[in-house]
Design a protein around this ligand. Structure first.
Ligand code: ZN
Length: 416
C-alpha cells in the first residue's frame, strides 16, 4: 500500500555525529514486501530528494509505534536499525489504513503472504504527487477549468465575476465541497440537484439575477432535505428579488441569512421558526413590516435598516372571527407541536400551505384565516447587536394573525 505524507526523519544519533536536522518533506511511503523476498515486510520512504528511497525492515525492527494522535493523522515509528524515528503526518484515513495493515503484519501468527501486500521499492520514485488543492478561486475565464473539471478534493470554491448564466453541474460531483461562492455572476437560479452536494454548509449567490426568474419552481433547490439539514450560511443579497419563497424556512440549521439590497416587500411568515439563526440582514429592501414570528428569535446581529417601515398604532379589531377550517386546524397542530415532516410525507400543496404560516401574539401558529393585525416589536428583545441606521429605530413594525377569540379580546384590550 502506498500513501503520500509529510515525513520527517529524526536520526536518533544525529547529535552525536553532529548531523544537521532535516525538515519534513512531502514523501511517498510504501508498505509491502521486499522484491524477491515475499515473506519480508518493509516500509519504503521515497521523496524527490531520495527517489531510490530508504528501506526499513519491519519485523523485529520496530521499537515502538507512537499512535496516540493517529486520529489527527500523526504518528511516529521508531525503528531499531537504522536508528530512525519516522515522523508521519498525513490524511487520517490513509494513516488509519496503514497502521491497521502494519499491526496485522507485526502479528507473529500471521503469514505475510496471506496479507496480499504488494511488492514495494523495486522502482525509483519519479515525482511525489503535488499537494491536492482544497481552496480554489476562479475569477478569470482563462483559469476556469472548462476541460479538466474541478479537483475532487475541493473544500471551497469561489467563481466570481465571470458573467456565468448557468450553474456548472460538475460542481455537484464534489463530495467535500463545504463553501460555494458564486457571487457576481448572472445566474437566474440554482438546479434542484443542489441537494446532491453532501457537505455544503455555506452558499453565496450574492449579486446575481435571481429576481429575474419569476416562477416559484426556480427556487425548488430550497426544498432539498440534505440542504435543510446542513446549510448554515446563505447569501442572497443584491439579486433584485421581490419575493423570498417560504421554502427558505426549510433550512432549519441556518445561522446566517443575508437578503440585503433586494426588492422585498414582505418576508415569509415562518421566518421566526429558523431557531438557529444568529445573523439576519435585510437592509435596503422595500419592507413595510416584518413577520410576527420573529419575536421567537434570539439573534446575535440584526440589520433591517433602509426599509420604508410603516409604524401603525395598534387598533382594536372587530370580533368577526370565524371558526378555522379543518386544514387550518391540522396545519396549526403540525407547527405548534413541532411535528417533523419530510417532502416525502406530505403532498406539495400541503407543504406550501404549511410554509404560509404566520404567528399570533400568543406565539401559536396561525394561517390565512386568522385576523391580520399590526404591532411594534422592540428590536433589543430579539437581537444582541442592532444596526439602527439614520432613523435610529428601536422598534420594528410586525404583522401578526390572531388565532382565537381569546387572542382577539386580548389584543383589543391592549389597544384600548
Ligand atoms: Zn393567539
Amino acid at each position: 500500500m502506498k500513501f503520500v505524507a509529510n515525513v520527517e526523519i529524526n536520526h536518533r544519533l544525529a547529535a552525536s555525529y553532529s548531523m544537521p536536522k532535516r525538515r519534513a518533506q512531502r514523501s511517498v511511503l510504501a508498505f509491502g514486501t521486499k522484491p524477491g523476498y515475499p515473506n519480508e515486510l518493509v516500509l519504503v520512504h521515497q521523496s524527490n530528494l531520495n527517489s531510490l528511497g530508504t528501506v526499513y525492515k519491519v519485523k523485529d525492527n520496530i521499537e515502538r509505534v507512537f499512535d496516540k494522535y493517529a486520529k489527527d493523522g500523526k504518528t511516529t515509528i521508531r525503528f531499531k536499525e537504522p536508528p530512525h524515528d519516522v515522523i508521519i503526518n498525513c490524511e487520517a484515513s490513509a494513516l488509519e489504513r496503514f497502521l491497521a495493515a502494519l499491526k496485522m503484519g507485526l502479528r507473529k501468527n500471521v503469514c505475510t503472504k496471506s496479507l496480499k501486500l504488494p511488492v514495494v521499492g523495486s522502482e525509483p520514485l519519479k515525482k511525489v504527487p503535488p499537494k491536492p488543492k482544497h481552496h480554489l478561486t476562479y475569477n478569470s475565464s482563462a483559469d476556469y477549468p472548462t476541460s479538466e473539471g474541478f479537483p475532487k478534493t475541493a473544500i471551497s470554491i469561489a467563481i466570481n465575476e465571470l458573467e456565468r448564466t448557468r450553474f456548472d453541474m460538475r460542481l455537484l460531483g464534489l463530495p467535500f465541497l463545504q463553501v460555494l461562492n458564486l457571487s457576481n455572476n448572472k445566474l437566474l437560479m440554482l438546479p434542484p440537484e443542489m441537494d446532491l452536494l453532501p457537505s455544503l454548509v455555506k452558499l453565496s449567490v450574492a449579486h446575481n439575477q435571481f429576481g429575474a426568474a419569476r416562477s416559484l419552481s426556480s427556487w425548488s433547490w430550497l426544498h432539498g432535505e440534505r440542504l435543510a439539514r446542513q446549510l448554515k450560511d446563505l447569501d442572497l443579497s443584491g439579486n433584485e428579488i421581490s419575493f423570498l419563497p417560504p421554502a427558505v424556512c426549510n433550512l432549519r440549521v441556518l445561522e446566517t441569512l443575508n437578503v440585503k439590497n433586494n426588492k422585498l416587500t414582505v418576508l415569509p411568515g415562518a421566518l421566526g421558526t429558523l431557531k438557529r439563526l444568529k445573523t439576519f440582514i435585510a437592509s435596503d429592501n422595500q419592507l413595510e413590516f416584518l413577520p410576527g414570528s420573529i419575536k421567537l428569535w434570539k439573534l446575535w446581529f440584526l440589520d433591517v435598516t433602509d426599509n420604508p417601515f410603516v409604524f401603525r398604532t395598534p387598533r382594536s379589531v372587530r370580533m368577526e372571527y370565524k371558526t378555522p377550517s379543518l386544514l387550518e386546524w391540522a396545519a396549526r397542530c403540525v407547527i405548534n407541536n413541532r411535528l417533523k415532516f419530510t417532502p416525502a410525507d406530505l403532498p406539495l400543496v400541503v407543504q406550501h400551505y404549511l410554509h404560509t404560516v404566520t404567528f399570533c401574539h400568543c406565539s401559536q401558529a396561525c394561517f390565512k384565516e386568522g385576523i391580520c393585525v399590526y404591532s411594534n416589536l422592540a428590536m433589543n428583545c430579539i437581537a444582541a447587536n442592532i444596526v439602527r441606521g439614520i432613523n435610529l429605530y428601536e422598534e420594528v413594525p410586525v404583522q401578526y394573525r390572531l388565532c382565537s377569540y381569546r387572542c382577539v379580546e386580548k389584543f383589543n384590550s391592549y389597544c384600548s
